[in-house]
Structure formats: C-alpha cells, structure tokens
Design a binder for this molecule. Sequence first.
Ligand code: SF4
Ligand code: SF4
Length: 368
Amino acid sequence: MKIYADVAVLACPGYQAHDVEVKIRKLFELLGQKEFPPQLLLKPNMLSARLPEEAVTTHPVILAALGKIIPGRLYAGDCPPSAGKNPGKYWETCGYRDIADSAGIKLVTLEGESTIRTITVSRKNASFPVSNVVLNLPVLNLPKLKTHNVTVLTAAMKNTYGFIPGYPKSLLHAKFPEPESFNAFLVEFYRAVRDRIFFNLVDAVEIMEGNGPAHGIKRQFGYLIAGKDALTVDVVCARLLGFDINDIPFLRIYKEKYGIPDFRILGDNPEPLENFNSPPASLLIKTLRNPLLAGLLSILGKRFAIIPVLEEAKCKKCMACIRVCPQKAISDDLKINRKKCINCLCCYEVCPEGAIKAVKSKIAKFFV
Ligand code: SF4
Ligand code: SF4
C-alpha cells in the first residue's frame, strides 16, 4: 500500500466554529483531499466523560466543522474503557451529543460486535478484537495532542488503540506490562489497522502537558495538524513539542524497525513549543535506556515505575477504576494491591475525579 506521508500544519488560535471550519477546509486542500467516501467514521479521543475545555478529549467544534465540510454520511464513535455499552454520559459531557444532533452525525459505540485479529510482537502472539464498525467504515482519525504516562505522547497512532473495544484494551496492558513492550505492541497494532485510516486530523489547539492523558495541565498551542499517514503526523507532533523522536518510545521502535518515510511539512511551519512539560514517564523511559543503568533497572522491574496512588478524600466511589483494572488489583474497599498491580495506569486514566495520582515509585524518585 502506498502511504502519502506529507503533513500539513495550520495555525488555529481557538475553537471559534467558523475559523476551525476554514482551517480544516484548507488542510484538506493542502493535502489534495478533494473526494470523500460516501460514509466515514469520525474517531475522536473520548477517553473520559470530561468537558471540552478540560483538553482531555477532542473538541466537538472539530466534529461539527467536518459535518459541514464532508458531504457523505458521518458516524462518530469511540469506546472508553469504563463506559461499557452505554456511553451516553460521555457523549453529553464531551459535547458530542449536541453537535451530532445539529450536524446530522450518527453516534455509534465501538463496544459492539468485533473481529479477532492476531499479530506477533517480539515473538509473542497477541490476539485482540477490532470493532466491526471500524472494519466496515473508513476512519477519519481525530486525536487530541497530549502527554501520556506509558507512551510519552498520544496523537494519531495511539488514538487507533480505541479501535479495540473497552476492557480488552486494559487486558493488553497485562500482556505487555513494561512500557517498552507495550510501545512495541502499539507499533505492530498500528501497522495491523492502519489501512482503516482515511485521514488524520489532530486537535492541537489546546493540548495537555505534564501528567497526561487525563490529569495533566491544559496549554494553548494553537494548531491543527493533518496528514494521511498517522506515523509522520506523530513525528511532526513530537517535534513541535520539542521532542527528539528517539524520546517517544513507539516512534523510536518504529524508526529502528521499519524506518520513517520522507515527507514534507505543508502550510505553516511553526517553531517547536518552548518549555513543554513532559510526563513523568518520559524521564524514566530515558533512564531505562542508559546502558550503564539498564541492567540494574531491569532487575528492579516494576519497582522502578510510575505507580497509581489513590487519594480517598477525592474519591466518589464510582468504581470505574475497579472495573477497568486488568489485574483485579483494586479491592472493593479501594485498596491497591501492589503485588498484583502492573502500573498500567488504566485506573488513573479513567478516574473522573482525579482521585488517582500517577507518581514516581520510591526507587524511581531515587534514580530520576
Ligand atoms: S491498579 Fe491501576 S495501574 Fe495497577 S494494574 Fe490495576 S489499573 Fe493498572
Ligand atoms: S478512585 Fe476514582 S475511579 Fe476509583 S472509585 Fe474513586 S472516583 Fe471512581
């Protein structure tokens, strides 16, 4: 399959509906995208039931603009790990319900029927379900640009992880518990599903830095970033945040194994953001690659990690963390069993109250 790797970047200072629509039309034009399939699935990042202004989820104005621009039938869907088959509260809080009604977009859950796919990652077979909605409709991938405590960055490639229905997403963390093995899985997973992607459009108007992807700090960036190849879109996102691509584990693994295609940056060519606040995982992952420390740190295993810590005072006892945990490591009275816990941080991501913090373990604090 030929991959068209060029990436287009346009300044978009806010979420004013008309401006967003104009910029998206221009991005399609820059990338030569004149025709659209008769039906498309819009796949936002709907990680959690959070308000658009919290910069956790893809802004609804982008979906509304696509409803005006694209002539065909549009669907929009995702499957947050703790939402189950009833994501109604998510659609409402994220602002998708309102725009779907006015823009004629049909909301669908990716939690329903699925097809099992199997890939090989580091000589280990991994089977997972892929939503049949994704397999039946070309996908317009709509990620939110954020930091992430396992992958360092989440943008176009990581957003495809949502093609897997809810709880199996968490179970794959148990199969690939270390950040390096999970990032290697992400590379192969992306390659297995990338033919489903019609186009990628990253919401980088307001982004998240620090403790992403759920509880970091919102920061104004003011760009929309688009391309047909999620890999090169992510390379551009990483560079614009000031990262070397070797600092983003899934990009480094992809580069070493398959290479990065040549591409051009069209439209605006902004300077990288200054003083971008990386997630805590970023320094740990860099330290793990230090040849002088790697042996010792691999012996320490999961004691050298970012770990979840539950703050009871903030907890509203919704039990989402218990439901999402792939290791059944959280008891009914909300205590985390450290022996069972693999530090996947799925609980931290789904907690709607910010009652679970992602912090360095004592040993990680000592080394980093
Ligand atoms: S307690 Fe949290 S971090 Fe630990 S395994 Fe469960 S979901 Fe993952
Ligand atoms: S820690 Fe968060 S996710 Fe878990 S029960 Fe409390 S509020 Fe819900």
